[in-house]
Design a protein around this ligand. Structure first.
Ligand code: ZN
Length: 63
């Protein structure tokens, strides 16, 4: 088994992120970075008026 810890750079803020199963936001460092990045490409690629891009948007306020 590989017990070595893998780290990646957060695509949003470039912070080193531990690639662990418990990190639900990987490769991002936090929910905030994930939402910022996802919202960025989602609004560019899925700009469908009247349709919610990500239904879990209320999680944004659960900081
Ligand atoms: Zn980050």
């Amino acid at each position: 088994m590989n017990t070595k810890t893998t780290s990646v750079d957060c695509p949003n803020c470039k912070k080193s992120v531990e690639w662990a199963d418990e990190n639900n936001f990987r490769p991002f460092c936090s929910k905030r970075c994930k939402l910022i990045d996802f919202g960025g490409w989602a609004s560019e690629r899925n700009s469908i008026p009247g349709e919610s891009v990500y239904p879990a948007a209320e999680d944004e306020y659960d900081q």
